[in-house]
Design a protein around this ligand. Structure first.
Ligand code: HEC
Ligand code: HEC
Ligand code: HEC
Length: 442
């Protein structure tokens, strides 16, 4: 009996294996002559520019270490929990880029995560989002990329350990986690909402940073937009779990995504900064409105907004305490000396360019990570609100100083329990910084 059962299991295993290979196998698509620039209309290329901006292609496909590299020529280093991955050259160079890819091959890569040669691509390339793009958008994107300057450049090899280095394994990942298919409009919602959902879930892949991942590196479908760690920053929750005391309303979201600063919540720092500045400020305003409209629904802004007035009044009250003159509290003194010259506010609301820390995510998240990142890096004039800057305190404050400021701000500016292990965490964030910021004060 047992033998028969085992034989049955082996047979099923073999069939499963064959089925898997069938599932996993994709033929190469024949190379083509790089298409003639004249074969694309100026209108289509412009539409493709917008699609490329809304998917931040240049962010991941342009090298930033090793002195930087030409736009879209790849070799951008992505640190993942599994090892470093380098992006591909997506300029139309036929040898090292995608110059000899037909549009069919490009459509397949974007929709199914398979290269022209039939090789499975690693989901660090967010094809699990790009699959939702319409064929028309991908076609326009192709026109845009094929008319960029061709750059001859080879990327460094990935540093994934065996067996993760086996491309075939990616097919197993796909079988478990990947749902291919173009976005389907939800008839319960209007056109603006659907446009926002199409962009956010698809091309603009907000969830790639804002949704937590499981041990296999897949976004947790059970916790969409619940917040996640990315590049040693916390990408805060974008749903009703967002902890900031005032709501991310449609207008706050629009200002933040379009201009990089929201009147109440402050600037977009760290890995979020390029999203508005480099990309969403360059696309049609309606698209940014659509994304803001969509997330105001995801975070139930309409129901939560009614508490904002009280929250704002409380924050303004809390921010006043550092202005009332001499204090015996040594932590308050430290804050007054280092921060209060810029971070003070009076009723009725914060001044643009002088974020109210009592309203900023940095104090309300479960960990002080973003607060430490901002203190250590500062914010350049290009990040956040264009033109205003915060110096880096990398040299000026010790880990112990940062821990004291963090504890003080959490205590006086929020209603949440204190953070723990603050000094240890300050040292850990400092360790992630490999080059001392140039705007560092002494
Ligand atoms: C979050 C980072 C990221 C973003 C954003 C991104 N890519 Fe990529 N892309 C990658 C990585 C990493 C690879 C290499 C994957 C691999 O080696 O399997 C890649 C591979 C590709 C490939 C396969 C190229 C080849 O030679 O096999 C294409 C095509 C591509 N990306 C196009 C795009 C386009 C178009 C956009 C914008 C809509 C985009 N990517 C945005 C990270 C990204
Ligand atoms: C590359 C990763 C990345 C991508 C892509 C990304 N975000 Fe972010 N986002 C972050 C990080 C990190 C922060 C924290 C920045 C800070 O505190 O200054 C953030 C902050 C935010 C905030 C402020 C939250 C708060 O409570 O302060 C909003 C709103 C937001 N992102 C919306 C979006 C939307 C909408 C998209 C897609 C259009 C998106 N993000 C795409 C990484 C990302
Ligand atoms: C010289 C003025 C100045 C000083 C001093 C200063 N800041 Fe800032 N800070 C700013 C400005 C300006 C911004 C907004 C920058 C922008 O919009 O690009 C900012 C932004 C911030 C943010 C929001 C970051 C984000 O991504 O949302 C935090 C948190 C912060 N500062 C904390 C501090 C702390 C803590 C100190 C003291 C250690 C401090 N700042 C000292 C000017 C200053």
């Amino acid at each position: 009996m047992i033998k028969r059962l085992l034989a049955g299991a082996a047979a099923i295993g073999a069939i499963g294996g064959l089925g898997f290979l069938y599932y996993a196998w994709y033929p190469p698509i024949e190379p083509v002559e790089p298409p003639d620039r004249g074969s694309f209309s100026a209108e289509q290329i412009e539409r493709g520019r917008i699609v490329a901006a809304e998917g931040y292609c240049a962010e991941c496909h342009t090298r930033t270490d090793n002195g930087g590299g030409p736009e879209l020529a790849g070799d951008y280093k992505m640190d993942t929990p599994f090892g470093a991955i380098y992006s591909s050259n997506i300029t139309p160079d036929p040898e090292t880029g995608i110059g000899n890819w037909s549009e069919e091959a490009f459509q397949r890569a974007m929709h199914l995560g398979v290269s022209r040669k039939g090789v499975h691509l690693i989901p660090a390339f967010p094809f699990d989002h790009f699959t939702k793009m319409t064929d028309q958008d991908v076609s326009d994107l192709y026109a845009y990329l094929m008319t960029r300057p061709a750059v001859h450049m080879t990327r460094r090899p990935n540093e994934l350990p065996f067996p993760l280095s086996l491309r075939l394994l990616q097919a197993g990942w796909k079988l478990l986690y990947f749902t291919p298919g173009v976005y389907k409009p939800d008839p319960r919602h209007d056109a603006l909402w659907n446009r926002g959902a199409y962009l956010s879930e698809g091309n603009a892949h907000c969830g790639a940073c804002h949704t937590p991942r499981d041990f296999m590196g897949a976004e947790k479908k059970s916790a969409p937009y619940d917040g996640a760690v990315v590049d040693n920053w916390i990408a805060p929750p974008l749903n009703e779990h967002n902890p900031t005391p005032t709501t991310w309303t449609e207008d706050e979201l629009f200002q933040y995504l379009r201009f990089g600063v929201a009147p109440l919540h402050g600037p977009a720092g760290g890995p979020m900064s390029p999203v508005p500045h480099r990309f969403l400020s360059t696309v049609p305003e309606e698209d940014v409105h659509a994304i803001a409209h969509y997330f105001a629904d995801v975070d139930h802004a309409a129901e939560r907004e009614k508490h904002d007035k009280a929250a704002l009044a409380r924050a303004m009250e809390q921010s006043k305490i550092d202005l009332v003159g001499p204090t015996v509290d040594p932590d308050a003194k430290l804050y007054q000396g280092a921060c209060a010259a810029c971070h003070y506010n009076a009723a009725p609301s914060p001044v643009l360019g002088r974020p109210d820390l009592a309203l900023n995510n940095a104090l309300w998240l479960d960990e002080p990570t973003n607060l430490y990142q901002v203190i250590l890096h500062g914010l350049t004039a290009e990040e956040g609100q264009t033109g205003v800057a915060m110096p880096s305190f990398y040299n000026a404050l010790s880990d112990q100083d940062m821990a004291r400021i963090a504890a003080y701000l959490r205590r006086t500016r929020t209603t949440l329990p204190p953070w723990t292990d603050l000094e240890k965490k300050a040292a850990a964030v400092r360790k992630t910084i490999t080059t001392i910021p140039v705007n560092s004060s002494h």
